[in-house]
Design a protein around this ligand. Structure first.
Ligand code: CLF
Ligand code: SF4
Length: 491
């Protein structure tokens, strides 16, 4: 009998056979035509740790989901971009956490999600305060979940101040992924970001506070790297405060063994009640963020697909299914059923090989073009690595840079959904146009004439000619048509 599961955030029940057909539609269907053994420059044991982690592998984020449980409300520092009535800005976009959980409640929630979201691969604790400062709750939660779902990856996020005190336990608990938010390596810069910290039973302010925080962050990073725990460094880009300094941060954290660097834009709004929000500190524009990330490309590997999730986020990055799993909707008694996650993993394993092969083929196609044009292409996707979302349904576009040197993911741009119950909103479309600054073409599964005309008037093309193709294949086919090579024309 067909097993009923939910795939690719389609939110519809499909059989595993249907799921297989969807993933395999378009392109070759043989899993032997490519390899998902990992990038050539990555050791196999490292690839094994990151290949199913949606934050640590850009490729994995097309297939796998994370969930956060908000079990750690206490924090030991104050960041000028945080108002704790809102989510932790280290790891989340501002927005209240729906509910704080006890470790036992968190276990019930994780088991429920694992039974219903086959893409789930990672459990993260990212606040809403600090996972290391609120260590008892963090540890109790991870211990409970690891016993029940041994193959789930455990991941935590911290400001680093309490981190050195817990590194040995982190290693003992098989936590392979730790994020430290490091916004400066010069305490003087830190004075503009952190008004105070609480350390060794007292409050510290000014330069002293920033010095202690910096030293503890560096110590924690080095201790984790020495234990082969993969460290991601998150940095909040704050124009005029630390934006230029982040080049130095990148160099230092790379030298100290960070695996990945994730530069996130400051989210600043007076409505959030943060110091920065109330004082008019702006966040960077998408193109400013990209320019900084491009400067850092030779440094520590960069994460460009971060969605600044809530501390109670559930689902693929870019979707939030948290409201489906609030405590009042969960059964009192629930036991873990591993079958859906196992079935999903099998199918992903088969399809990843093909995706890798199609990416390589796409790179060859663009390499043949007689042009030096470097353009940005925005893609509407619901996941699975395909161009599979209608323009009007998109709440974000994934942006790729394409040139004869290759096709690379450069980030996502959030938008308000254009299509509302069958109608398109002109005001929303204006917002979408602003967000698509610098983009040459949007590839999607379907688009109506009205938004198409408006985008054309703004100099942005939009096409559904590559609907359901692999993202890279569709981009390559469009690029080859837009910039044909002499060899191809004469063939
Ligand atoms: Fe969560 Fe963070 Fe682990 Fe991922 S999120 S604790 S590493 S499982 Fe990911 Fe969300 Fe960005 Fe964080 S997209 S905010 S980087
Ligand atoms: Fe807020 Fe997180 Fe900073 Fe603490 S570490 S003040 S919770 S952003």
């Amino acid at each position: 009998m067909a097993q009923v599961i939910s795939l690719d955030s389609l939110m519809i029940p499909v059989s595993t056979d249907t799921m297989r057909q969807q993933l395999e539609s378009g392109g070759c269907s043989s899993s032997s035509c490519g390899s998902s053994d990992g990038p050539a420059d990555m050791a196999p044991e490292v690839w094994a740790k990151v290949k199913d982690h949606p934050c640590y592998s850009e490729e994995a984020h097309h297939y796998f989901a994370r969930m956060h449980v908000a079990v750690a409300p206490a924090c030991n520092i104050q960041c000028n971009y945080c108002n704790r009535k809102y989510d932790c800005a280290n790891e989340s976009r501002p927005g209240v956490v729906s509910e704080k959980l006890t470790p036992e409640q968190a276990l019930r929630k994780v088991v429920t999600v694992a039974n219903e979201v086959p893409q789930l691969s990672v459990l993260g604790i990212a606040g809403p305060g600090d996972a290391c400062y609120d260590w008892k709750r963090t540890k109790a939660t991870f211990d409970l979940v690891a016993k029940e779902i041994p193959d789930i990856k455990l991941c935590l996020s911290t400001n680093g101040l309490a981190l050195p005190d817990h590194v040995d336990e982190i290693a003992d608990m098989n936590i392979d992924h730790v994020t430290i938010t490091i916004n400066m390596v010069d305490p003087q810069v830190g004075t503009g970001i952190y008004p105070w910290i609480f350390y060794n039973h007292r409050r510290w302010t000014g330069l002293e506070a920033a010095k202690i925080l910096h030293e503890r962050q560096m110590q924690g990073l080095e201790m984790l790297a020495a234990r082969n725990i993969l460290v991601k460094v998150n940095s909040v880009m704050i124009p005029g405060v630390n934006d230029e300094h982040l080049v130095e941060v990148n160099k230092v954290v790379k030298a100290k063994g960070a695996f990945l660097h994730n530069v996130m834009p400051l989210i600043s709004d007076p409505a959030h009640g943060t110091y920065f929000g109330l004082n008019g500190q702006r966040g960077p524009r998408a193109m400013e963020l990209k320019a900084l990330q491009d400067k850092l490309s030779d440094g520590t590997k960069l994460m460009r697909h971060c969605r600044q999730c809530r501390a109670d986020a559930v689902g693929l990055l870019g979707e939030d299914r948290g409201q489906e799993f609030t405590m009042d909707q969960l059964a009192e008694e629930i036991s873990y059923d591993p079958s859906k996650r196992a079935a999903y993993r099998e199918i992903v394993a088969e399809n990843r090989g093909e995706h890798v092969a199609q990416k390589a083929a796409a790179a060859e196609v663009v390499a043949e073009s007689d042009t030096d044009a470097t353009v940005l292409v925005a893609v509407a996707t619901k996941g699975g690595g395909r161009i599979n979302q209608h323009f009007g349904h998109a709440t974000e576009f994934q942006v790729y840079e394409v040139s004869p040197s290759g096709i690379g993911f450069v980030g996502h741009r959030k938008v308000d959904q254009y299509c509302q119950g069958g109608w398109g909103e002109d005001a929303t479309l204006d917002g979408v146009l602003a967000v698509l600054e610098g983009v040459t073409i949007v590839l999607c599964a379907k688009v109506g004439d009205c938004p198409k005309d408006s985008l054309a008037a703004a100099g942005i093309q939009v096409s559904h000619d590559y609907a359901y193709d692999w993202i890279e294949s569709g981009i390559a086919a469009w690029y080859a048509a837009a910039y044909p090579s002499a060899a191809r024309l004469s063939a």
